[in-house]
Structure formats: structure tokens, C-alpha cells
Ligand binder design. Sequence first.
Ligand SMILES: C[S@@+](CC[C@H](N)C(=O)[O-])C[C@H]1O[C@@H](n2cnc3c(N)ncnc32)[C@H](O)[C@@H]1O
Length: 476
Amino acid sequence: MSATEPTTPTRLRRGETFEGEIETLAYGGRGIARPGGYVVFVNGGLPGDVVRAEVTKSKRGYAEANATELVTPAPGRLPEIDLHQDEPCPGAAWQALDYEKQLAFKEAQVADALTRIGKLGDVNIDPVVAADEQWRYRNKVEYSFGEQDGELVLGFHPRGRWDEVLDIEDCHLSSEATNHARNEVLAWARSEGLNAYDPHDHRGTLRNLVVREGRRTGQVQTRLVTSRAEFPRPPVDLHTVIDGPSGSTSGPTGVLGEEFLRERIFDLDIELSHDAFFQTNTEMAEKLYGLAAEYAGLTGTEKLFDLYCGVGTIGLSMAREAGQVWGLEIVPEAIENAKRNAKANGITNARFVAANARTGMRPLIEQAGRPDVVTIDPPRAGLSAKIVRRLIECEARRIVYISCNPTTLAPNAAQLVEAGYRLTRVRPVDMFPQTPHIECVAQFDLVGEVKYVESPSERKRREREERRDAAKEADQ
Ligand SMILES: C[S@@+](CC[C@H](N)C(=O)[O-])C[C@H]1O[C@@H](n2cnc3c(N)ncnc32)[C@H](O)[C@@H]1O
């Protein structure tokens, strides 16, 4: 073989181990190593680390592996926070990575998604907005009950172990008040001799504890999730009962204390139902919404659609700069919150509709007329191509897209650009320090007329109708 001929990478099989250096981080936070040129996504490695890793999944083009030993730590690796039996803080996968590097990776991953997945050249990415607090920023924590050596524990599942729970007294991503609430409920459950639900045999009582905190109001709200069982009244605000083997925390919920969580965002008083979405980092939510308002550039007269509006925080925070606000959201309880939030804050130009974005956008346009500006804030899965087509039909001159996943923003952005929008600018906002999660705000501006791009099925239907019309004309 000549010296210049490329060598074929040797595929590693499931169960094999290798030693290699982590070169960079992939979207989602896993390290990338290339032993023998073969790409391996490694859980638990940071750039510059030399790790020993075991392959858990093997494909022709790449493999997945778990780091089992840190052979040589990367220069500048930070000490992990030892919380319990040498376990690092769960949920803080990037805690050993210097914060400036975390920000640089997040910025690079937004750029990479838009150029590589969205195939959008020359994207104008404004510098990432750093978080105010690098620790203790979470306003919501979902704990799981489990048992360790016959003792009831309350904490988190270690990575990849859905049936084990690690007891966590002090989660450094959440506040002392949240940890205190967790410790009180665990002490009560132990004193009552209650057991944890066992996901293997589906027996046992206690499943989850959800703690939410109003960071500005100081309110801490606790919700206990259990199987159907008899036990003394728990010291919590809400009690959810789950029948059957579901791992979900949503179900029929009884009110034992405060039904709503109260929070302040800017100068707005906000109430939240327990199943309504709220940004997990209150302080950075204000930065995110402030950036969305800057990108929206309202002047006091515009009709604004706030799509995927939750309890209405984005639309309500912009209502004083808009002519009219129309919010759309799928969870009816969140829409009830949004309506009450508008009233409580004396906002009279905002209306809210409970609907699925897929089916609800055309009726919203019929009811409200076309918007000038749209804000859209979907879950991590982003928008389906069909929902983007409905969004394009709004013919808004500006769309401000708030995304918690640049890899789903990218194809949506490409579809908007194809329909005549320019991606004017994008800015990442770090809502989740110590984790690989990335939030960003993107501004799209309509250049000229909307070019409506049909789906293949829409095109077929139109062609069928045109052929039928042509045949009718020929008959006449
Ligand atoms: C990322 S949250 C944003 C909520 C709100 N904009 C905020 O900042 O608090 C996404 C919201 O979309 C809602 N949602 C999910 N799927 C939806 C759909 N198909 N149609 C309308 N809303 C949907 C969720 O209930 C959730 O409230």
C-alpha cells in the first residue's frame, strides 16, 4: 500500500475496549474519539482526556462507548463536585469543563448545526449570552424514589440505569430551598415506613417528588407522585396518582396545599399550573425573552402571534410594545393560566387559544387575521415540515424562533429560507450551565413575497385537481 493511500478504519465491536483521546464534543455532549480512524461517541469524556472506554453499540460508520477509566485527564480539567460516594453531580455532565469552554462549544454547535444540517452559509451568530449563575439555577427538580440496601432513597437515576436511584441530599444545580423540601419529604416517607415503587415487579408506593420554586416569590411547591395506595396525608402541595406501569409523572392530581406556583418575570406576576411548562432557569428566562423582544423589534402597533406560548410569558412580556397579542398552546390548563396572567397584570390586548399548532394555525389566522410578527417556541423536537408550512402561511414579515435544540432548528430554518425568509441573526443563550443543553434565539425576515413550498402530497393533490379541471373544460 502506498503511503498516501487512505487506510480503512477498523470497526470496533460491542464489548471491545480501547484507549483513545477525546478530540471534541458532539451535539448532545458526548466526546468524539477516533481509534484507528473509526468514529466513536464516548459518554463521559471531555476534549483532551485520554480514556479507556467500552463499546456499547457498533455500526459500520461509528460506535458508541462508555468511558470506564480516565487514563490522562485533559489539561485544565476541573475537579468534579463529589456529592456522594464520589459520584459527580448528576445531570451536570460538563461540570469538569471550564465554563468559558462550555460556552465556546455551545456557540460552535449552533453554528455547526445551521451550516451542516441546515446547509445555511454565512450565518450571523451573535456571541453566546453567558448564564448569571453557573450553579443552583434550576427552578424545577424531578426526583425519583428508590431503595438502596433496603433503605428508602430519593434522588436521580445514574446515567443509563432507569431501575437504580442514587440518593442525593444536595443537588448543586438546584437551590438550598429545593434540597430542603426534598429532605423533608424523604424524612416523612421514611418515618411512615413507605416503600418505593419497583419498576420490575410494579409493586410499591412512592414514585417521584417534583419540586418547583418561584425564585422571585420564594414559594416552593412540592408534588408527590405515587401508585394508588393508602397512607397518611403527605406534607406536600399536590398529590398525583399513577395507575399501572407508566414512568410518567402526569396524572390525576389532588390539591393539598398551594395549587399554583407564583413567579415574577420582569414586572409581570405569573401563575403556573403544575403541568404547565415554565423555563427551568428563571433568571435566564428573562434574558431569553429580552433577546426575543429585541429581535422582534415591535413598535407598538403590530399583531403578534406567540405560538407554543405556555402560560403566555413571551407574549405578555411583549404586549405593551404590540398592538395585539394572540397566544396558541396545546395544554388547556396553561392557556387558562395565560388568560388569568393577562388579567392579573392589566393586559387587555392579549388573547389566548388552546389548540395544537398543526391544526390550530389556520383557524387562528381566520379569527385574528395575518400577524406582522410571530414568536415560536416549540419543544426539543422542533417543528414538523407541515407545521413550518402553516407558519409560512402566516406570511409574517418577521419570525423570532426560540429553540432549545439547534439540530431541529436547522432543518426548520432551511425550510423558512427556502420559502423566502432570510436568517438575519442567531444568538445562543446559556440557560443550562454544566450541561450540554443549548438554547438560542433566531430572527428570520421575509425578503419580498412568501414562496409557498408544497409538500409532495400537496403537489400531487393540486396536480390531480388541475387535471380534473382541465378535463372538465375540454368536455365543455
Ligand atoms: C418550550 S415550551 C415554551 C413555552 C413558553 N413559550 C415559555 O417560554 O414558557 C413549549 C410549549 O409548547 C407546547 N406544545 C407542545 N406541542 C405543541 C403543539 N403541537 N401545539 C401547540 N403547543 C404545543 C408545550 O405544552 C409547551 O408549553
